[in-house]
Design a protein around this ligand. Structure first.
Ligand code: SF4
Length: 109
């Protein structure tokens, strides 16, 4: 999950900077798997090789900010790589599912 904010659309770059800042701040206190490489190698998150992607996704289970990362990944499903334990196909499916839900199920209040 590495991307160049210089070439991103503005709204995406803003979200990316926020997520990256959160990752870095968290990683100073406790390991974030895709930064530390303690569980699997860091490049597995973006390699695109099925076995490495699965291992990276499994390593996300140990991440202290998995939920926030997953929200970013679902909000930006076209981004390559693993976010919050999910690959692009999974994130696109969840994003589509959430847009297909009737309004009454998306806003319970
Ligand atoms: S959930 Fe996975 S991809 Fe996201 S910050 Fe944590 S380790 Fe990295």
């Amino acid at each position: 999950m590495t991307t160049d904010p210089q070439t991103m659309p503005v709204h995406l770059a803003s979200d990316w900077r926020s997520l990256t800042a959160y990752i870095e701040a968290t990683h100073e206190r406790q390991p974030v798997p895709c930064r530390s490489g303690e569980i699997v190698e860091v490049h597995y998150w973006t390699s695109g090789k099925p076995v490495e992607s699965v291992l990276a996704a499994q390593a996300c289970a140990h991440c202290p900010i998995k939920a926030a990362c997953r929200v970013y990944g679902i909000k930006h499903p076209a981004e390559a790589g693993i976010y919050g334990g999910m690959g692009p196909k999974q994130r696109k499916a969840v994003a589509k599912l959430s847009t297909d839900l009737p309004p009454s199920t998306t806003n319970p209040n």
